[in-house]
Structure formats: structure tokens, C-alpha cells
Design a protein around this ligand. Sequence first.
Ligand SMILES: Cc1ncc(COP(=O)(O)O)c(C=O)c1O
Length: 390
Amino acid sequence: MKANTLAARAGLELELGLGTPINPAIHQSTVYAFPSLEDLERVFQGEAGYFYYRNGHPNATALETLLQQLEHGEAAAVASSGMAAISAVLLGNLRSGDHIIADQNAYGGTFALLTADLPRFGLEVSFVDVQDIHAVEAAFQANTKWLHLESMSNPTIRIADITQLSALAKTRGVTVCVDNTFASPALLNPLELGADVVVHSLAKYIGGHGAVMGGAVIGRSGIVQAARAALLRFGGTMAAFDSWLALLGAKTLSLRMRQHSQNGFAIAQFLEAHPKITRVDYPGLASHAQHDLAQAILKNGFGAMMSFEVQGGLPAASNFVKTINHAIPLAPSLADVSSTLSYPAGTSHRALTPEARAKIGVTDGLLRLSVGIEDSADLLEELAVALNAI
Ligand SMILES: Cc1ncc(COP(=O)(O)O)c(C=O)c1O
């Protein structure tokens, strides 16, 4: 079956009885009861079944099945947040003395984990510009075990050349992990391009409606099983209700992504042509540094994440936010059905010095826009009014 069919029917109870619910039940139960010691033993021996919430529940299983199918992985494990998924895949698969190469533009939470926590457990981390293949090549060491990439980076929406980087890593026996949160499996499947494992924050496009907290690890069985074991021991289980909501969200992922991408493209073109805008970072524009790569690897559109620089720095950005706030609010997350704005210099990148920010394009006038699925005519009008008011 195609992804749309799998998603639309995910979690459907196929054993029909009289009046079977069309949506799965929410299994809000801490523990499960057994008729005998022998039956409990069978579950411990690995037969399908549940015994304790932290170890798994039917809502997590239904979501894992769909995510594994959407990302074309061998296995999937869901987690209580994107950060729980990322920390579990790293802690479950690496040991003291191992070296990680990570994208220097990685999400702030990932950057903090890699700099503040993993070194305390004897893991070594190097950050590189993954757009510079020679820099990546030069960063490999004898003890390098892991390459952490983001398919689309925040906030300047750089695209990682997953095929090229995976080929490079493979010759050195290095595992490639791709955070595919910004693209979603509707636009890109990193495992098909050579990555070994994918991670997601399910709070973004997969959940899709600004209501879920969750994460996922999808990929090779051994890597996912090691992440799952870490999740159980560290206690990062995804809640049943969040799993249920994320499954409901995932059913419309590809439809939403189509509209997100259409709107994103129209708005990026409008912003690029506007006299008060000095720069737009959007992979669908010919001016984007990785436009050709984006065209080659993104299916079904260029997504809806972009950043743009208003002329006039912080005062202009502040003025713009105040004018548009009633329609497109300042909200430091992304990928909701309604459009939101964020200010990278004051949120995700606030820990960097102004010089370090400028080096990666995070200037004082830069705003990140997560384009929703509203009617694009309304969005264009709202943006025009706010830009004219600067
Ligand atoms: C690209 C990316 N990866 C991971 C995360 C972390 O996910 P969570 O907030 O669900 O822990 C985020 C959160 O914004 C993100 O943007």
C-alpha cells in the first residue's frame, strides 16, 4: 500500500465486531493483568503483549508501526519528546571513548546535549559545517562512530547532502543519524538516501496541530532496539494520549505537507521580491545555496520553513512582529497548521555571541517563518501589511 493509504488506515481495528470503534482506544493503564504466571512469562520472553506502561502500550505500537512504514525503516521506537529520542539513540548506541561528528547548525537542544552532557560520559564531539564535505572528511577520527545531521537546518534551512555524507561515513563504518523533523517523511526519507537511522520531534509536522509532545527513532533494527532499551531504562516513554494524538495527526501528514509547501513557495517568492526584505532562505528559491540538491531529494515540494531578514535590524523585526502578532503569532516552535514566527537571535541562538550568530546568518533582523495551511492570499496580505508598517 502507498503511504497515504497506510496513514489513513493506521490503528484501525481490523478484527471487526458489532460496532467496532473506527479510532483506536486510548490505553491509559499503568499495568496489565494476566491469567497465569505462564502467560506473564510469555510476554517477558518476547511474545506480543504488554505488562507495564513504561515498557510499551498499544497506542505507542500503533504509532511506531505507521512511522516505520512512512520512513521505510526496519523498526521504530517512540519517545516522550524529540530530545528523549535523540538522547536515547545516542546513549543506547555509543560508549565512552566514541567520537561524534555533528552538524554545527544542529537544533539548540541537541547542541546542548552534545556539549553539556555527552562529554561528561566520555563521548567526544566535533561540530562541522556539513555543507563543506572536506570539513566533514577532515573531522573523521579513528574513534568516530556517529554522524548527526539535520535534513533541513534551523533557521537558515540548509539541506544536508545525505547521499554524499552517508557514502563518506559508510566507508569508515560510521553510523549516520538524520533529524528529519523539518522535512517530515512526506518530503524526504533519509533512510532511502543511505542514512542508518532517523529521529523526529513528533511535536512538529507529524503531530501537526500544536498539541503533542513526542519523539521517534526509526531505522535499522539493531540501532532502534538499542535506543528502545535506553528509553526503558532512562524512562522516556511516550504517553498514550500523545501517541493517540500523533497517530491522528500523521494520518493527514502528506495532505498537510502539500498545502504547507504550496503556501511556503508562494510566500518565499513574495518575500524575496519585497523591497524591505534583504534575504530569504528557502530551498525552493533558485537563490538558495542548495536549490539543486533540494530539487533532487525533496519529494512533493520544498516544505514550509523559511527565514527572512527585514531591513533595519532588531527595531524593524520587533515592529514587524508587533504588527502581525494577531494573525501570525510569535511562538517558539514550528510546523503547526497555523503559521507562526520565531526570532532565532533571541531564542534558539541566544547563547551565541553576535559574531558567531552573524557567521551562520542569524542576524538581528532575521525572522523564521513556519508557514501554515491557511489560504495563502490571507497570509500574503497580512505579511504585506506588516512589512509596509515597518
Ligand atoms: C529539528 C529539531 N529536532 C529536535 C527537536 C527537539 O524536539 P522536542 O522539543 O520534541 O524535544 C526540535 C524542537 O524544536 C527540533 O526543532
